[in-house]
Design a protein around this ligand. Sequence first.
Ligand code: ZN
Length: 238
Amino acid sequence: MNGDKRKAVVLLSGGLDSTTVLAIARHEGYETHALSFRYGQRHTEELVAAEKVAAALGAARHVVVDINLAVFGGSALTDDTLAVPHHDSADQISTDEIPITYVPARNTVFLSFALAWAETLGSSDVFIGVNALDYSGYPDCRPEYIEAYERMANLATKAGVEGKQRLKIHTPLIELTKAQTIQRGLELGVDYSWTHSCYDPVDGRACQTCDSCLLRSRGFAELGLVDPSFSSTSSANI
Ligand SMILES: [Zn+2]
């Protein structure tokens, strides 16, 4: 079964972007291998969402890797002495500085695990849901970062040296707005009530005022829709 399908590793946080990417990888005909991390984040609602998303979108396998970036702290997502910023609207999100929700080197760590799994699977394809628009200003979401990582990765593996692997990092959202991402996901049958993007959930529910909540909410609003994670039947109840 699925013997002829190309395999891809898809980084899956359980949020809106990575869920859309998993749907895109499946739509492109890949057998998807979803990869999530228990990395020391303060809230694990997103891992519950990731499990739901992986099952709903037919991932061949979903692995949750235990690592602990909280030993270093330095981010409001891993250190409970640092507060997650909240705003009244997405227009108030500063684009001048890298926010405190940036987790040091997170995508480099995650991509390294994805690279290792891809080599083991005999896969040359890794998918990641970074985008350069409607994002929070994280340096490891920029196209130049992804290109540099891809170059490095092709020097790094046994499969690469032996010519069996030519790693491609797919970033299908990189030039999409949040609204365009949502539109694409809806076309592919994504139910965004599965997903969880909030940096600072309250009793398991989206706070509606962190940068991540505000950016995705604005994306839904641009499509004339309401973010389902803000409704009374949020994923926390499922
Ligand atoms: Zn939030």
